[in-house]
Design a protein around this ligand. Sequence first.
Ligand SMILES: NC(=O)c1ccc[n+]([C@@H]2O[C@H](COP(=O)([O-])OP(=O)(O)OC[C@H]3O[C@@H](n4cnc5c(N)ncnc54)[C@H](O)[C@@H]3O)[C@@H](O)[C@H]2O)c1
Length: 419
Amino acid sequence: MEHDVKDLSLADAGKARIEWADRDMPVLASIRERFEVEKPLDGVRISACLHVTTETANLMRTLKAGGAEIVLAASNPLSTQDDVAAALVEHYGIRTYAIKGEDTETYYTHIDAAIEFKPQMTMDDGADVVGRIHADFPEALEHIIGGTEETTTGVIRLKAMAADGALKYPIVAVNDADTKHLFDNRYGTGQSTLDGVIRATNRLIAGRTVVVSGYGNCGRGIAERAEGHGANVIVLEVDPLRALEAVMDGYRVMPAVEAAAHCDIWITVTGDLNVIDVDSFAAMKDGAIICNSGHFNAEINIPRLREMSVSSREVRPLVEEFTFADGRTICLLADGRLVNLSCAEGHPASVMDMSFANQALCAEYMMANAASLEPGVYGVPVDIDKGISKLKLETLGVKIDTLTAEQEKYLASWEEGTC
Ligand SMILES: NC(=O)c1ccc[n+]([C@@H]2O[C@H](COP(=O)([O-])OP(=O)(O)OC[C@H]3O[C@@H](n4cnc5c(N)ncnc54)[C@H](O)[C@@H]3O)[C@@H](O)[C@H]2O)c1
């Protein structure tokens, strides 16, 4: 079986960790059991481009149980867990192309391997496979019936392609499921981003000023978790409504350049470009730590940071210290790549259980419905989303009330008013 991973001797360690994650992914496990019997993806070729983590491995096992043939490529050069990549090849028979720290050329060679597999379905995290197929491999479109997309940035790219009339097949925006973005983006990114910062730096968060750029689903989670560690949190936003929400949630809100003078730790999570730029570097507090948890490493203007500084050195793994002519230093984590996946292990399994249950069920949905879908970006069907929240509650042992017939009638009526 073709593959490109770092070291197959890591496979047993990877398998043990994959099984550990699986214990906290009961919804996905129940889907896998059904897929094993029903084989809804029988013989379907899927090219997946996802972060190669223990949770992703359990998704790959589920798709395979459903009968799919899969190639998996990394969706980020720094997020691969090499033991997991080895286990996928050695123990689970999944063609995997992913090496932590791979250069950009290798990253795209791996994506190209996934495209050369002639997929019928794509499963993307950031839309790099879809983008590359449309730009450089249009002949691959001939075999493709549909796809899924995992993250906010990928959905934004796909919607831009659809608006230009450039998108040539239907794709389900898994990110837009409530059981994905309200939990994965918020609680997953919140916890794992702080985890990444702490593992990389071993700095105490309590009493520090943490600046969070972007108060979307991810930013809210990061701000909450930083506050929980005892940080003074400053939120930066460009959307007045979200800025107002941050104010009402009790955070200080101000422009970036102003925050730069206060920040001990600055985390970007906007999906935008050059959110920390030259003016902020110039105003930044000595010793500040800067990092990114948004999808691409474009949120910090790293080329300009390199130009502005007089020297740089690695002070700890994945911690690069830049020194300016005036003696100030700034530490950049993980070369501006997703800090939670580069410096820690990404989201905990329990939350990926819901995200990847959506992926597995949307792959099944796509197989059953692609023929009737025009090219475009589609929401996750409500019954899939609601079904996952119901199942997740059950696995957590949480029971809730249901509407009585009288309440259902009342809520559906307009005749009754003030009593
Ligand atoms: N690290 C992870 O594991 C992980 C997980 C999920 C999503 N993501 C990525 O994180 C990013 C954010 O995702 P989200 O779901 O929170 O998106 P979102 O659209 O809900 O929120 C982004 C927010 O950033 C704000 N923003 C944009 N430009 C800004 C700027 N220059 N300064 C300040 N604020 C700005 C927007 O107004 C918006 O409120 C995306 O790139 C997404 O793909 C990462």
